[in-house]
Design a protein around this ligand. Structure first.
Ligand code: TYD
Length: 137
């Protein structure tokens, strides 16, 4: 299991405005099959609070900032996303919580698979049990 890590994305600086880009298997280590974005998040709201059994994602704060706390069942780390040329890679079986959205923040999520509600683990104790049993086998 790979612990979440930041990906620096290209930033093509231009007086007319900057540009960033992602491509499958280049900046993004998988084939993107789905893109969604979080926006108009009220101050103090939390998103996430689950893990995915078999899904890779990259989160990019396209505008504003947010905190993403990730947990592999053994250790926990909080990443502050505040640059549109930076992504946070989150692989399978990682618990994530998004918080501290700034006003007007927009977080885009690139995902390796179509939406599948059965692939979520929404109970933290169940998640901890699953991750522990993975290590011991
Ligand atoms: P959820 O993944 O729980 O949001 P978050 O983790 O950001 O808090 O999804 C919230 C709702 O949106 C849920 O009813 C399912 C729906 N949804 C889709 O229909 N398709 C999608 O690709 C996603 C991510 C969510």
């Amino acid at each position: 299991m790979t612990f979440p890590y930041l990906i620096e994305l290209p930033k093509i600086i231009d007086n007319r405005g900057n540009l960033s880009v992602v491509q499958n298997h280049k900046e993004i280590p998988f084939d993107i099959q789905r893109v969604y974005w979080l926006y108009e998040v009220p101050t103090g709201e939390l998103r996430g609070g689950h893990a995915h059994k078999d899904l890779q994602q990259v989160l990019i704060a396209l505008h504003g900032s947010l905190a993403v706390t990730v947990d592999d069942g053994h250790s926990r780390q909080t990443f502050m996303l505040d640059k549109p040329n930076q992504g946070l890679y989150i692989g399978s079986n990682i618990w994530r919580e998004m918080s501290d959205f700034s006003e007007g923040a927009v977080c885009m999520v690139l995902a390796s698979k179509p939406y599948d509600p059965t692939g979520y683990v929404r109970n933290y104790d169940e998640f901890r049990r699953d991750t522990r049993s993975c290590v011991s086998t």
